[in-house]
Design a protein around this ligand. Structure first.
Ligand code: KG4
Ligand code: ZN
Length: 361
């Protein structure tokens, strides 16, 4: 009998010649249990997201053990629903995909083990996907014309990267945060204003009502020209709020949120603009990750790209935050390169997208 790995490689080779390749993908790296069926890396046949926000809200953030348990309970249901909505059975899919990292180890392991079991039982190739690559790939779903090369700002709860996508599955890291990620900074600032978890979207909504020039926050200093740092900004924000509280002044929450949002987005876009100018890469600029749903960031990116004559690509709002569709898209391009996972695939909580690339300085 052919072993699983040999069978998987042979099937993956066959799939490279097939017109329609449909992948069932599962995402469980943090607090969303999500499954999707994606055709040829570009077309969403179904996309089911089960959010655990209600479970974690009470604690003001994601509790890893609760997340793992909830993934375990939801996996089967979410996968069944994704197959049902795509009008398919497991046997009719061509391959399976799962996020292998980065993320919470217990949460990742739940998904990895679930999909390893299904892949073995159904005799399907399995692809292990980098979550950050998934975020970048959400753009392939929203924009059928987008192809590498392009520059991309990846901004999520755990990452703030400027990368060059040189080809499908190939990246050069050009800038990154020295401390907090942009989403993390939004979440922490939101907590200081007493907004419930997850704070990012709530800060964004509140900021729409406020004056972004009401408070001046310091401009972050970084070692690299395209690197980020948000911890100083966060501390300055906390000090501003505490100062108001100590003076028993009412908190102008909307103005505070608007000023903080302006500072973070200005920083994100400032470095992106410097990189676009220095690199001479004028084809396309893309954004990805939860924070790319931010209204001010989307407006600023629009203005910057108009000014520079660069084509702007952003995922539709529901595809900015964690979902299974983006994992299915990234998996397709990996599969076409013949990359399949063995049954000893492990979760990799600290998985990186790529090593540091060249700089243009
Ligand atoms: O990409 P994502 O869903 O998960 C990670 O991979 O981390 O990103 C979640 C992060 C959270 O920090 C959340 O507060 C932030 O993205 N976020 C936002 C917005 N929507 C989500 N931050 C600012 N404005 C938003 N509209
Ligand atoms: Zn994410």
């Amino acid at each position: 009998m052919m072993n699983y790995e040999a069978m998987s490689r042979a099937k993956a080779e066959e799939l490279r010649k097939k017109d329609r390749v449909r992948i069932l993908a599962l995402e469980t790296s943090c607090d969303e249990t999500a499954a999707a069926v994606i055709e040829n890396g570009r077309v969403i046949l179904s996309n089911v997201v089960f959010s655990q926000i209600d479970l974690h809200e009470l604690y003001g953030g994601v509790v890893p053990e609760i997340a793992s348990r909830a993934h375990m309970e939801a996996c089967d249901r979410v996968i069944d629903q994704a197959l049902r909505e795509a009008g398919m059975t497991l046997a009719e899919t061509d391959a399976l995909a799962v996020t292998k990292g980065p993320g919470l180890v217990g949460a990742l392991l739940t998904g990895v083990n679930c999909m390893k079991g299904l892949a073995f039982a159904a005799g399907k190739p399995l692809v292990g996907v980098n979550h950050i690559e998934g975020h970048v790939s959400a753009n392939y779903l929203s924009h059928p014309d987008l192809e590498p090369p392009f520059l991309c700002l990846v901004v999520s709860g755990g990452h703030s990267h400027l990368v060059e996508v040189t080809d499908y599955g190939e990246y050069r890291l050009l800038g990154q945060t020295a401390d907090d990620a942009a989403g993390e900074a939004f979440d922490k600032a939101a907590r200081v204003l007493g907004l419930p978890y997850p704070g990012g979207p709530r800060m964004d909504a509140l900021a729409e009502e406020g004056n972004p020039e009401a408070f001046t926050l310091p401009k972050p200093k970084t070692a690299g020209k395209y690197d980020y740092s948000f911890s100083g900004l966060k501390t300055a924000f906390i000090n501003t709020v505490h100062g108001l509280e100590q003076r028993k002044e009412p908190l102008p929450k909307a103005d505070l949120a608007a000023s903080f949002r302006r500072a973070v987005c200005g920083e994100l876009m400032g470095k992106a603009e410097a990189l676009l100018k220095d690199s001479g890469r004028k084809e396309a600029f893309a954004m990805a990750g939860g924070v790319s749903a931010n209204r001010e960031l989307r407006r600023m990116a629009g203005e910057m790209c108009r000014k520079l004559g660069v084509r702007l690509y952003m995922p539709e709002i529901p595809l900015c935050t964690d979902n299974g569709a983006m994992i299915g898209s990234a998996a397709y391009y990996r599969l076409m390169r013949g990359e399949t996972a063995a049954l000893n695939m492990n979760a990799e909580p600290a998985l990186r997208l790529c090593e540091q690339g060249i700089t243009y300085e």
